[in-house]
Design a protein around this ligand. Sequence first.
Ligand SMILES: Nc1ncnc2c1ncn2[C@@H]1O[C@H](COP(=O)(O)OP(=O)(O)OP(=O)(O)O)[C@@H](O)[C@H]1O
Ligand SMILES: [Mg+2]
Length: 52
Amino acid sequence: MYFSPEPKRRKEDFFNMEEELRMFQKILSLGKLIIVSGLRRYGKTSLILAAL
Ligand SMILES: Nc1ncnc2c1ncn2[C@@H]1O[C@H](COP(=O)(O)OP(=O)(O)OP(=O)(O)O)[C@@H](O)[C@H]1O
Ligand SMILES: [Mg+2]
């Protein structure tokens, strides 16, 4: 559902975070620890789920 309060899980539903998705995947390829920080409801959980 588009306006669900739940995190997005699919890249197609997750907008305007292409650069962050690329960064997440790049950092994941380099090391074992990624810290995702940001304001509440900014899309942190969605970023992680979409990237994985
Ligand atoms: N880039 C985006 N595209 C589409 N929906 C988004 C995006 N960023 C956030 N949302 C939506 O906003 C809400 C909050 O997203 P999410 O739960 O991923 O954020 P969060 O930073 O993990 O929040 P919290 O601080 O509560 O843990 C959800 O409904 C999510 O689907
Ligand atoms: Mg979260």
